[in-house]
Design a protein. Structure first.
Length: 243
């Protein structure tokens, strides 16, 4: 994980997505779905869900949208039968890509995902073709733009909360845990008074892939195409962005 900031990639994607209001709500809906799916749909007992709902409300996301995302995750949305699927493949320049979807029509979604890869010089592979290149980790971000956080104190607090690793770079602290220790770490750091900017259980690449400028632009186009698909919930990749 050294030498690469996952937060850098997240910020780049957010900057592009926030240009459209619908993209903001889609991002929040995905975060709410993930939090509810991982630890239940009750925000009073699920600290991560409570955090992402607060962020959604801060961006004026309607309550109906929030409830719909929770109901999708818990399987209680009336008249809907959603299925979680994962697609694996390679993007331009051999970038490993994993796409998680939530769909009520897997044939439609499979065709659309396959088309997105083909259109942008990528190709889908079999299940397991790239997932071995990623580790499932808890991921927590704490930002400190004003320089008020004592790095040593935060490091000790994170380790005591169950963190495996913590990196610091210009006011951004990225904390990594095992999936089992994630929720306890979020709860403990929140209780310690730290304001968490981002938190999720996600896939972290074991190594990152640097490609040509042309391939990186094509990779960004692939990501944009996939994000336009409302069935797509998450996109994981091992691109080391240089643009």
């Amino acid at each position: 994980m050294a030498g690469h900031s996952k937060w850098h990639n997240i910020q780049k994607r957010k900057g592009a997505q926030d240009a459209k209001r619908g993209k903001i709500f889609m991002r929040h809906a995905k975060a709410i779905f993930k939090a509810a799916k991982e630890s239940g749909g009750d925000a009073t007992t699920n600290a991560t869900l409570r955090l992402v709902i607060d962020k959604a409300k801060a961006d004026n996301m309607p309550n109906d949208n929030i409830e719909r995302a929770i109901k999708k995750a818990t399987g209680t949305l009336d008249g809907a039968n959603y299925e979680e699927l994962t697609y694996e493949g390679y993007g331009p320049g051999g970038v490993a890509v994993i796409v998680n979807v939530l769909t009520d029509n897997k044939n439609r979604t499979a065709a659309e995902v396959r088309h997105a890869f083909k259109k942008n010089d990528g190709n889908l592979g079999e299940n397991g073709s790239v997932s071995f290149m990623f580790d499932r980790k808890g991921y927590i971000v704490i930002t400190d733009e004003e320089g008020l956080i004592d790095e040593e104190e935060l490091t000790l607090a994170a380790l005591e909360a169950g963190a495996e690793d913590i990196t610091a770079d210009t006011g951004v602290y990225e904390i990594f845990t095992t999936p089992d220790a994630f929720q306890e770490a979020v709860d403990q750091l929140t209780e310690d008074g730290y304001s968490i900017e981002e938190s999720e259980v996600t896939l972290i690449p074991q190594n990152y892939n640097t490609v040509s400028e042309d391939d990186e632009e094509k990779m960004q186009q692939l990501i944009d195409t996939l994000e336009e698909n409302e069935d797509v919930q998450d996109i994981h990749h091992n691109l080391e962005s240089t643009l």
